[in-house]
Design a protein around this ligand. Structure first.
Ligand code: PGA
Length: 255
């Protein structure tokens, strides 16, 4: 089993029609490629069924949601549960993306509940953590990551962690064009790997840890070459089929 993964976080971009066009282009780019690791796309909820249908039969490609509610159903106007996400054909869900922490004030307790809802409903949570610029400037990145991991991963059983992907996304590198240097990213990835080793060496060796924050075709190889970086969570560059494919192909060539 490979730890490698490349995933696109589309945020609030692309209608179902646009998602369909993307899928057609991406599939034709993939046509002569044998993917050796899972590749995911996280569109808005409405585009999940579109992508699931359009990408059916494309080996090693999955669809995920960007969020889910912590309860399976109920009177929560405007919300979507993990059970619904699963039944729409998605297999993964992002939890704790910095934009949700920042704009929707998602707390550690809520993120733990969402992670558990995901696992309970057969979804793989992709738990995102990352420090802000002021934390990085003060040299506090490891403390911030430790606290974010303690909120969620520290409360999961080993079986639950085995079903979880972790993404390190320094907030100062998201959508800014400023990427963490491979060394800066590796340092935090190693910190996360060691955090997992404290639970179990086996778990640590098998957990996928993605890097996210301005990954582009031009910097993917350097980042993916780091020993504890298992792949990328790609925002802006995942919106263009050619750029996303180029990042995917970079990882495929490294297998
Ligand atoms: P970016 O976003 O690649 O546009 O920096 C990454 C993310 O938010 O997941």
């Amino acid at each position: 089993m490979t730890r490698n993964m490349v995933a696109g976080n589309w945020k609030m971009f692309k209608s179902p029609q646009e998602a369909h066009l993307f899928a057609e282009s991406f599939q034709s780019l993939l046509a002569s490629t044998q993917l050796r690791f899972p590749v995911g796309i996280f569109p808005n909820y409405l585009s999940i069924p579109t992508l699931v249908t359009a990408l059916q039969g494309t080996g090693n490609v999955f669809v995920g949601a960007q969020n889910c509610h912590e309860q399976d159903e109920g009177a929560f106007t405007g919300e979507t549960s993990a059970a619904m996400v699963r039944s729409a054909g998605a297999s993964h869900v992002l939890v704790g993306h910095s934009e949700r922490r920042e704009y929707y004030s998602e707390s550690g307790a809520q993120l733990l509940a969402k992670t558990r809802a995901a696992i309970r409903n057969g979804l793989t949570p992709v738990f995102c953590c990352g420090e802000k610029l002021e934390d990085r400037k003060a040299g506090l990145q490891n403390q911030v990551i430790q606290a974010q991991l303690d909120d969620v991963v520290g409360n999961l059983s080993e079986d639950e962690i085995a079903n979880t992907v972790i993404a390190y996304e320094p907030v100062w590198a998201i959508g800014t064009g400023e990427t963490a240097s491979p060394e800066q990213a590796q340092e935090v990835h190693e910190f996360i790997r060691n955090y997992l080793t404290n639970r179990s060496a086996e778990l640590s060796a098998s957990t996928t840890i993605l890097y996210g924050g301005s990954v582009k075709p031009g910097n993917a190889r350097e980042l993916f070459s780091q020993p504890d970086i298992d792949g990328g969570l790609i925002g802006g560059a995942s919106l263009k089929p050619e750029d996303f494919f180029s990042i995917v192909a970079t990882m495929n060539a490294m297998q």
